[in-house]
Design a protein around this ligand. Sequence first.
Ligand SMILES: *Cc1c(COP(=O)(O)O)cnc(C)c1O
Length: 398
Amino acid sequence: MAAQSGDAALVDAAGMLAAQSRVARFAPLLAQLFPELAASQGHIESDLLVMPQLQQALGLPREHGRLWVKADHSLPVAGSIKARGGFHEVLEQAENLALQNGLITLDGDYRTLAQPTARALFGQHQIAVGSTGNLGMAIGVMAAALGFRAVVHMSADAKDWKKQRLRQHGVEVVEHSGDYERAVESGRQQAKADDRCHFVDDERSLSLFLGYSAAALHLRDQLKTQGVLVDAEHPLVVYLPCGVGGAPSGIAWGLHQLFGAHVHCFFAEPVQSPCFLAHLLSPPGSHYSVYDYGLTNQTEADGLAVPRASLLAAQIMRPLLAGIFTVADDTLFTHLALAHDTACLRIEPSAAIGFSGPGLLRSSALACPGANHIVWTTGGLLVPEVQYQGFLQQARHG
Ligand SMILES: *Cc1c(COP(=O)(O)O)cnc(C)c1O
């Protein structure tokens, strides 16, 4: 696969701001389409939470900084970080179609897009995606809510409850026996044959990337509100779960736009699926997968079970990334339960992977009294109670 070197040049701060404005333009419509967004007037955001008890439970001394959680596990509607990039790409697609057809103006009332004329237009178009689960959930639910025909190509490791939930929303789920990469490829091929089909390409999409990046703008405001400084004496250290790399790279890139050298972003990957690490360790021009390193890509962190990294993400992150660490599945469950017991956080295994980060930096300059360590918890809200109790049991009894 050739590197998409042109694309990285298209990522700029104006794009990040445009993504933020686009999502804001849709807020009144989203408040109308999703009852759970009425309270936030259609805005989809998560809290930044200080975690003193969890910090203590993890054995992190206060002299090493303060522990925070960026609670994307509670993002409404999608239940994961995919609400950021995934929703943005569907909304961009809807906006472009509506503008081309004269149904809205950029400063008009987007609630007209809930009317039959707009829905009939969207109904002639299809939005497709390949996914291990969470991206499919975000794309499928938003696309179907707007009236698009939605198709989600799911890999073998996708959980049954995610497939069921999508079908309940009127989304067509195509099940593949192969891994994430295969699901993406068949979706991509099927979409190519149909010019009324937009394929959300998790390995290459700029729209996804910029949608994720806008999280940085919101985080900056939250830090300001909470009185958190970011400078040489107060480094901001961010731990991001990494699958194909789009979400963590979008956010890390956005944070670098805002905080420059004072932000330090680390990616966290499962021991058996470290695709970003595999790629960065490989010779220039190659695109190795975790299989090439003799790994299995088998992990309970289904949101991170990706064999090969996004080239777009890797190209952008290579000069910016502070480091990558890997975490064993057992540790994910231990930390999932600790987050539950000390702070009532309800997260899925993928979302627990960042909690290993601060301890690994124990003897680095980033473990200092002025530091703020932000663990990005990326999914969990929609996990059914039975599955969630199973996670807790696995943590307690193995
Ligand atoms: C998708 C996902 C990630 C990582 O995002 P990528 O863009 O695949 O790197 C992390 N956590 C959860 C829960 C996810 O669903």
